[in-house]
Design a protein around this ligand. Structure first.
Ligand SMILES: CC(C)(COP(=O)(O)OP(=O)(O)OC[C@H]1O[C@@H](n2cnc3c(N)ncnc32)[C@H](O)[C@@H]1OP(=O)(O)O)[C@@H](O)C(=O)NCCC(=O)NCCS
Length: 365
């Protein structure tokens, strides 16, 4: 067996073939069209494979993402398309591949790795923990909007990606994308692209429902003003005549409250599974934010020997579990729910944690 290693450019077609056969056996499209940035040839150096007798046996891809947040700019290593040929499973191949992806992410200075999965126990073995917040807003009845909409709604991918980019860039938490990335995302199969236009012909809101085999019935990308997004969601519900779930970060407070006021069900879930990679770099970004933006001169977030200390010089939470640190930083619980801090410390920590972190649907791999 050879690998884990990055593939040569000439191996790209056989990797795509392996992934399509393993992960999209009944689909008319290639998995590459669902993940156009992660599985593109440009990202080949971040793919890891194991081969034997010229045959690809195991694969995973790393996609480094820069995430802008009010706390700091983070670098995340998203890992996806983890798969081993069914005849070669339980021989440790995926373990080797994932370890390699984590090494590579660390070499590229990713603060943490993230993945989206339901194999929680499998990934816990690598130190990943289920964390973060994801709010699901279920629209299953017509909303009683105060007035008829004066927006014009359209469906279809024939939208200027620069117009979407402009609205996307207004999000307080989002990954750095190019207009070209958005142009490629707009071509993802089995995705319905809805847009709302104002009377001047400017894009007022967008919402994307579905993404390849995933997220059918889910609006996983949206942008625009609260009122416009609500009206567009109502339009999607009326057009599709089925329950529609809009997923949103917990910090989209006005939008969530607006839907709640219409009687929509709101569910809280996790964002994904995260593993810290660059402890020192991550801690120093957060510490800078606590000290500079919250005036917490006594803020403590450090690793002392094998133990992590989080809190203030007066009152701190100590743990030797990296997974507990992930939960503390990214939630969903609040610091005061995790540890009995003295009140002043709890109040300050609750302002900072959980950190505002979010990945829009097009980034999930
Ligand atoms: C999940 C998958 C990638 C594992 O590949 P693999 O090469 O068999 O994995 P490994 O042999 O490296 O397993 C590593 C460890 O995880 C365990 N493991 C494997 N599959 C698991 C699962 N589904 N749930 C929990 N643990 C699992 C193994 O027992 C092993 O544990 P050990 O080291 O304590 O013995 C493989 O089953 C697969 O391709 N599944 C279909 C695609 C898929 O679901 N991918 C995951 C998408 S997020």
């Amino acid at each position: 067996m050879e690998g884990p290693r990055a593939p040569a450019p000439s191996e790209y077609p056989e990797i795509v073939n392996f992934l399509d056969k393993s992960l999209r056996p009944d689909k008319k499209w290639s998995i590459v069209s669902e993940y156009p940035t992660a599985l593109s040839q440009v990202n080949l150096n971040n793919i890891r494979i194991i081969k034997d007798n010229g045959e690809v046996l195991s694969h995973a891809v790393l996609k480094p993402l820069i995430v802008k947040t009010p706390v700091a700019v983070f670098k995340a290593g998203a890992i996806g398309s983890v798969v081993t040929n069914s005849s070669y499973r339980s021989q440790g191949l995926s373990k080797q591949i994932i370890d390699e992806c984590l090494d590579e992410a660390q070499k590229q200075d990713c603060d943490f790795a993230i993945l989206w999965t339901n194999l929680y126990d499998f990934y816990r073995k690598f130190g990943f923990e289920l964390t973060g917040n994801e709010i699901s807003i279920i629209v299953e009845n017509e909303l009683s909007l105060p007035a008829p909409s004066n927006l014009i709604f359209r469906e279809g991918s024939n939208v200027d990606p620069a117009a979407i980019y402009k609205l996307y860039s207004r999000h307080t938490v989002c990954t750095v994308r190019t207009v070209e990335d958005i142009r490629n995302f707009l071509k993802i199969p089995n995705a319905r692209i809805y847009t709302a236009w104002d009377s001047q012909g400017a894009l007022a809101a967008y919402a994307i429902e579905g993404k390849g085999v995933d997220l059918d019935g889910y609006i996983h990308e949206w942008g625009g003003g609260v009122s416009e997004v609500v009206q567009l969601t109502q339009h999607i519900y009326k057009t599709q005549q089925r329950p529609i779930t809009l997923i949103a970060p917990i910090h989209s407070v006005s939008l969530i409250e607006k839907f709640r006021s219409f009687g929509c069900m709101i569910h809280e879930g996790h964002l994904g599974m995260i593993k810290i990679l660059k402890t020192e770099a991550l801690f120093s970004k957060i510490t800078r934010h606590a000290r500079n933006d919250h005036g917490m001169a006594d803020f403590v977030l450090e690793k002392v020997g094998d133990e992590f200390h989080i809190g203030t010089t007066q009152s701190s939470y100590k743990t030797s579990s990296e997974r507990e640190v992930v939960s503390f930083l990214f939630g969903p619980s609040r610091p005061s729910d995790i540890h009995k801090f003295e009140q002043k410390t709890a109040d300050k920590l609750n302002q900072i944690f959980p950190l505002r972190l979010w990945f829009w649907g097009w980034d999930s791999i």
